[in-house]
Design a protein around this ligand. Structure first.
Ligand SMILES: Nc1nc2c(ncn2[C@@H]2O[C@H](COP(=O)(O)OP(=O)(O)OP(=O)(O)O)[C@@H](O)[C@H]2O)c(=O)[nH]1
Ligand SMILES: [Mg+2]
Length: 392
């Protein structure tokens, strides 16, 4: 539904974007909200802005605490490690800690009391020669996305992760639990199904001009209308990339906040409890193939062996083995990259100098007609490739 904002509101949003000082920004956002008409078409937008304001308020508070020298509560940012960071999400008591304790050597407290885990817990899970970092995220609940309890920080963790494990308890209405988690994620602009299209608005310095690159298809508008919409929000200096299938509403959404896509796997836990099989049937019907569903019992260590391969495939991880020029065999420890990575990405993850002084690379692979093949930085790698990099 279109928002049809009055011009004053659009002008005000341009002011919000131009304001750096958090306190003033908050003030302008409040003014913006008062200019947004209260009808169904603006419901989502108003929610979004309120959330942004809540985030800003919390950031200001944290900064204040830091300045005052007090320990500013639990640490919610987790440095990435391994091939990918995977956030373990769910309502309370579904067995998130139990999963970590079954798969990793993390020191976590598993307990029937609700809301036991109150800060994120990182741990490393190995699958063949790949390491995934699992992060137990403090439980989500109704209202997390509106700032209830530690909800905003938990959702920020999900947004920052490379993939998600959405965990439910098969013995207590798993469909309702999953619905809640998906709805809080959606409010935080995190999608678990690949969107049909995407809009990236990269704001540029004054005078840069407005450039729109259409790599996909506009479903209900013309380029001229897209440009008019952007200009009505005073966006005159930006690089806008549109890929896939995109509607005009989605362009407008992107002006306020971008949506991110995170691949997800549903972990259906407590398969050992009575009634779990019925729950699993209803859950699978609800998910309807949108994401893989892995049924497990963390307590009985059952079904867990499927998680590694499923994560490997949804996260599109590939393993590449490097070889020193002249050596007879490749290193047994692979570099892990995401699908689509090129020789340049590999070179960068070994050492920055490898890109600067790159001469050529040789690749051994069964998918090539001849091995080794001499390739350049742009060559796209695949799982199992053996690569030898030559520098000048
Ligand atoms: N029967 C059964 N109980 C389980 C299983 N996994 C976890 N539990 C129990 O469920 C309760 C909650 O487990 P936790 O791992 O602490 O759950 P959590 O999701 O980390 O919960 P919070 O951190 O409190 O939000 C504990 O009493 C566990 O023993 C399982 O596979 N089967
Ligand atoms: Mg826990």
């Amino acid at each position: 539904m279109p928002t049809n904002l009055p011009p004053e509101a659009k002008d005000k949003w341009a002011e919000v974007e131009a304001t750096r000082n958090p306190k003033e920004k908050l003030q302008r956002m409040q003014e913006f909200l008062s200019l947004v008409p209260q009808h169904k078409g603006t419901l989502k937008l108003r929610g979004q802005i309120k959330k942004k304001m809540a985030v800003l308020r919390r950031e200001m508070e944290e900064r204040k605490q830091k300045r005052a020298g007090s320990r500013s509560g639990p640490k919610f940012f987790i440095e990435k490690e391994g091939a990918a960071q995977v956030a373990v999400l769910g309502v309370t008591n579904v067995g998130k800690s139990c999963l970590l304790s079954a798969l990793t050597n993390a020191n976590v407290l598993v307990s029937p009391a609700p809301y036991t885990t109150r800060e994120p817990v990182p741990a490393v899970m190995s699958y063949e020669d790949v390491q995934f970092q699992l992060v137990e995220v403090p439980a989500l609940m109704e209202g997390s996305a509106d700032g209830r309890a530690w909800g905003l920080q938990s959702l920020a963790l999900a947004r920052n992760a490379d993939g998600l494990l959405l965990m439910v308890d098969l013995a207590s209405d798993p469909v309702e639990q999953l619905r809640l988690v998906l709805s809080e994620l959606e409010k935080a602009r995190v999608l678990v199904s690949k969107p049909r299209g995407r809009v990236d608005i990269d704001r540029r310095y004054m005078g840069a001009g407005l450039r729109i690159i259409l790599m996909g298809k506009l479903m209900d508008s013309t380029m001229r209308e897209v440009e008019a919409l952007l200009r009505s929000y005073r966006i005159g200096d930006a690089l806008v990339k549109i890929s896939g299938e995109v509607t005009l509403d989605e362009v407008e959404d992107a002006i306020f906040e971008s949506t991110t896509y995170r691949p997800a796997v549903v972990v259906a836990n407590k398969l050992d409890l009575p009634g779990a099989m019925g729950g699993l049937g209803r859950l699978e019907a609800f998910v309807a193939g949108r994401m893989p569903v892995v049924a497990v019992s963390c307590e009985k260590h059952a079904g867990l062996e499927r998680l590694g391969p499923v994560l490997f495939s949804v996260l599109d991880v590939i393993r590449v083995y490097t070889k020193e020029p002249g050596a007879r065999e490749a290193s047994r420890h692979p570099f892990t990259l995401r699908r689509g990575a090129s020789i340049a990405d590999l070179a960068r993850s070994i050492h920055g100098e490898f890109v600067e002084n790159f001469a050529f690379a040789k690749v051994w692979s069964e998918r090539l007609v001849f091995s080794p093949q001499k390739v350049g930085l742009g060559f796209v790698l695949d799982d199992g490739d053996v690569v030898e990099i030559h520098v000048r």
